[in-house]
Design a binder for this molecule. Sequence first.
Ligand code: ADP
Length: 182
Amino acid sequence: MILVLFGPPGAGKGTQADELKDKLNLIHLSTGDILREEVSKETELGILAKKFMDAGELVTDELIIGMIKNKIVSNDTDKGFLLDGFPRTISQAKALDEMLKSNSLQVNHVVSLEVNDSILIERLLSRGRSDDNEETIKNRLDVYKNQTLPIKEYYKSSGTLIEIKGDDSVETVSKNIFSSLK
Ligand code: ADP
């Protein structure tokens, strides 16, 4: 199964992914986590990505698509993937479809976590990651609306989109995601 966890920064994608990957036996690929690891190892990719991340901008499609391709080919595709933080642009969504198609796979479900802005800002500020300051958060939410939100229509038209209320407790959200997949 190829499952995409979709939603704005602070929607709880990482939290939900942790449980879902175990329950569904999927390989969890979080582009944010992979990038942060590259940054901490000071790899070429990490050095290139850091300035975008610190500014709350998207890392270029070319870098992200290459990075995900490597992860997909280096893993056993029999197991299936839980994608978290990817795709974030229409180009990434199209590139993903192409990649999967060449492995006879497709995106099966896109779970969109719906949370309003005031709760997102509150959650991000209390998380305290280095890119979670007020200015960067505002930029990330703008970037989300302008560049990422259009993907929802893309998946709506392919019939894979499932919208889940994301401002309930972690357990309730998790239960709702799980039952929507059955
Ligand atoms: P959040 O969901 O809180 O924004 P992430 O950990 O998913 O946090 O991403 C952190 C940063 O990594 C983003 O602000 C962006 O700079 C970069 N990033 C992550 N995934 C992508 C992606 N698919 N395309 C472009 N940039 C990305």
